[in-house]
Write a protein that binds this ligand. Sequence first.
Ligand SMILES: [Zn+2]
Length: 240
Amino acid sequence: MADTQSVVSDVKLFLERLKKEMPEIFGTNEKSAATDGTPSVAPATNKVLYNGDLFEARTYITPDQEEGVAFDGTVFHVYLQNQNGNPSALVTDWLRHKAGEILPQKTKEWAEKIGVEYNRVVLKDQRTLWASCSSQKNINYSYRIVKMPPVVQDYLVIHELCHLKFMNHGEEYWNLVGQFSPDYKLHRRWLNEHKDAVFEEVKLSVTAQDDTPMPPEETAASSEEKAEIKAETERQPDEK
Ligand SMILES: [Zn+2]
């Protein structure tokens, strides 16, 4: 699995390259995205939970590019080199990297407001625990927290930081949480109702070429390069 840092720098490159080469997919018109000659588009059932919203994920077979993920604020674009690529693993890596950006930042900001000092932030992949606070004042988070709405992410950060003042769930503790997260009861309810979705693994499929027939005239009209990509991906199933 590629390390997250290189995936992210790749993503930035993809984004720049795609904006130049395929500006259509950055528009909001789905029809133009589906007929722009892109070799493979995933079915609309492919969804990614991020920041409390379900976003469409589209997979593309692009043998001349490195694998990676680009999120344009509306759609997750997942680039694979062939049909055997693993879009779920790529998006999971992307989410982990986002967690590595978002959670340490939120922790720093809220710690200053609450007036507590912690040692460091550790990202984990605990299957049943969103976050915890160690006796060494380390704050541990599941990377899956980035799937939650930002206000719920904040609540979890506040929850852990308040344990640096009260290592229990007593009345004083909840009063402190309530000072910084007044709607924490609503956020706890959200967590209860959505925990299965948050802990669920990302499941994306690569669309078989047969499932997304491309209008030949529009595909051919794009560019020679795209026609080559299409021919390449069409050969893939036979090579296995
Ligand atoms: Zn707690």
